[in-house]
Design a binder for this molecule. Structure first.
Ligand code: ATP
Ligand code: MG
Length: 572
């Protein structure tokens, strides 16, 4: 392709809304353009990289007997009512009506449709396992679309589903998908880590997220300094820790605490360590107001709490909602509280002689004890695990890192097959629910993650495997016919050899050409400069480390091919 003709409109200025490097560089290099919030067009360079990532994904899915299909993006509500998710998906689901006023949605995912097909078409254990997959647009009306392709509202996802006869079969499918995902992300040049994860709205239990490590990542990972443990902060749990252990239970004492708003202020005023205080928080869980108790220095994990209560909408109750149930905002406590359910973190019963709100403005209680002074309706793990907490496997302190969730694998077990009647007949003629798994990769998010990990202040540094083009040929002076002819010869020769090559044939200054070259991030650049005519050598420049090799013009095509092969092999 000739740069003079390519549709890759570079920008001088970074669009103001682009906060992170990948979003900025995708826009600046002319790889994508925004159509509406969270909705993008891929321009030729961006789409070439997307296609390369998809080719890698297809190879690895086909290698584990994945079978590519293509399901519709428009899905009837009936299927979602069968699975029970028409309600659960909430506002994120893009709902549409047809001209007859019938409900449909734009696919946020495809468990329902794929289960519908398999239950209609597959009856015998002999046909299993099956692993259909597709790469297709998904629609999610995200609360906060941002970061370009990282969190968009229409995005390409590879989704695979596995159907097995039993749990042992699911274990095999899951392991195959897990290993295939590791291959995919390695081949894309990502520094990633699989971590234990919550299974969210998809349901089921047993899940890993594949995290590309990056400071801009929206996910927090906890990993162990001493062993292999790694999990998302939504999912991680630790052994509950008690406080005041061994102390005798003392008499409850009411204390006056003027102007103490935060847990830190209460703790300092009363001279009680903050880990011996209890925070009482009022949540609205769908339509129910609940009182939630957690140790003063800890945070609530709202994902765990929403899962526990099986609700879609969860957030702090408004002050008037708190008053309506007879509680005093800011001074709630569990002792004597009636009419609302109390949910306590599992550490609360282990806190001897703790402090908590008294129920009236400016008052707190000391020496309160679970069991003696109050109880909760539910005691469960609802806390956020943080850096420094003890690893649940080995006890060493946990560390944190930020990650971009590029893929996730789930064991669904029989959640969808039993709800939707996907059953098979075994060798003895008995019927069973199929055992399912599902496996997703965000293609655009993967491209963004690759850029996050591979760029500098000048532009993108594509790994060879996913670069839109492998080589960029740059004749420095477009007025120099002899140089241009040499560059053109190389361009033609590389094309003959099926190398993916660009030639910058524009009548532009060298500075402009070099800036664009750095921005586009093509891994190999061949520069035909003034010297070339005297020495018979051209410069081969590596985008990744800036290294330059002088290569005989007659050798160039061979040397380039060898380097491409080597760079691809390094990612295998
Ligand atoms: P998140 O927690 O980031 O919202 P998710 O867990 O809901 O993602 P999944 O349902 O597991 O996402 O989807 C599979 C993959 O699709 C994700 O791992 C991610 O790579 C990609 N993905 C999900 N939501 C988006 C989005 N809004 N924009 C781009 N890619 C997305
Ligand atoms: Mg996910």
């Amino acid at each position: 392709m000739r740069v003079s003709q390519i549709y890759a409109p570079t920008l001088r200025e970074i669009p103001a809304e682009a906060e992170i490097a990948s979003h900025q560089l995708l826009m600046k290099s002319g790889m994508i353009r925004k159509v509406a919030g969270g909705i993008y067009t891929y321009l030729p360079l961006g789409w070439r990289t997307m296609k390369k990532i998809m080719a890698i994904i297809r190879e690895e899915m086909d290698a584990i007997d994945g079978q590519e299909i293509a399901m519709p993006a428009v899905q009837p509500a009936e299927l979602w009512l069968e699975s029970g998710r028409w309600r659960v998906y909430g506002a994120e689901m893009w709902r549409v009506k047809d001209r007859h006023d019938r409900d449909f949605c734009l696919a946020p995912t495809h468990e329902e449709v794929v289960t519908f097909h398999i239950r209609n078409d597959v009856r015998s254990y002999r046909s299993l396992p099956l692993r259909p997959y597709q790469i297709q647009n998904k629609y999610r009306d995200e609360r906060r679309p941002r970061f370009g392709l990282m969190r968009s509202r229409e995005f390409l996802m590879k989704d695979m589903y596995s159907f097995d006869v039993d749990e042992a079969g699911l274990d095999i499918s899951y392991k195959l998908a897990y290993d295939a995902y590791s291959n995919i992300f390695r081949r894309c040049g990502l520094n990633f880590r699989p971590v234990e994860a919550d299974s969210g709205a998809i349901g089921g239990s047993g899940s890993h997220e594949f995290m590309a490590l990056a400071d801009c990542g929206e996910s927090q990972i906890l990993y162990c300094s001493g062993c292999d443990f790694a999990a998302t902060d939504e999912f991680a749990s630790i052994k509950p820790v008690g406080t005041g252990t061994g102390e005798e239970l003392r008499e409850v004492e009411t204390v006056y605490t003027p102007d103490c708003k935060t847990m830190e202020e209460v703790s300092a005023f009363l001279n009680v360590p903050i880990n011996r205080t209890v925070k009482s928080m009022v949540y609205k869980a769908d339509d129910e107001i609940v009182l939630v108790l957690i140790r003063g220095d800890r945070q609530i994990n709202e994902v765990k709490l929403a899962n526990l209560l099986d609700v879609v909408e969860l957030g702090f109750a408004e002050e008037d909602e708190v008053r309506k149930v007879g509680l005093e905002p800011g001074y709630c406590g569990p002792v004597g509280t009636k009419g609302v359910r109390i949910i306590a973190d599992e550490e609360i019963p282990l806190m001897i002689n703790h402090e908590c709100g008294q129920g009236q403005k400016d008052h707190h209680l000391l020496n309160v004890n679970y069991g003696r002074d109050y109880t909760a309706d539910i005691v469960a793990d609802i806390k956020l695990v943080e850096a420094g907490d003890a690893c649940p496997c080995c006890g060493a302190p946990l560390l944190t890192a930020r990650g971009i969730e590029v893929g996730q694998v789930f064991k669904l077990h029989t959640k969808y097959s039993s709800a939707m009647g996907a059953r098979y007949v075994d060798a003895n003629g008995e019927e069973h629910d199929m055992v399912m798994g599902c496996y997703g990769i965000g293609v655009g998010r993967t491209m963004s993650a690759v850029i996050e990990q591979n760029h500098d202040d000048k532009g993108i540094i594509w790994p060879m495997s996913v670069a839109p083009y492998q080589v960029l040929v740059v004749p420095v002076n477009d007025k120099d016919a002899e140089l241009c002819a040499m560059a053109e010869d190389l361009y033609q020769e590389l094309k003959r050899r099926r190398v993916e090559v660009l030639i910058d044939d524009r009548a532009e200054r060298p500075g402009v050409k070099f800036n664009d070259a750095d921005l586009w991030g093509i891994p190999l650049r061949v520069i035909f400069g003034k010297k070339c005519r005297e020495t018979g050598k051209a410069e081969l420049k590596f985008r990744a480390d800036g290294r330059v090799e002088e290569v005989e013009v007659s050798q160039l095509a061979d040397v380039i091919e060898a380097n491409i092969r080597r760079m691809l092999d390094e990612l295998k």
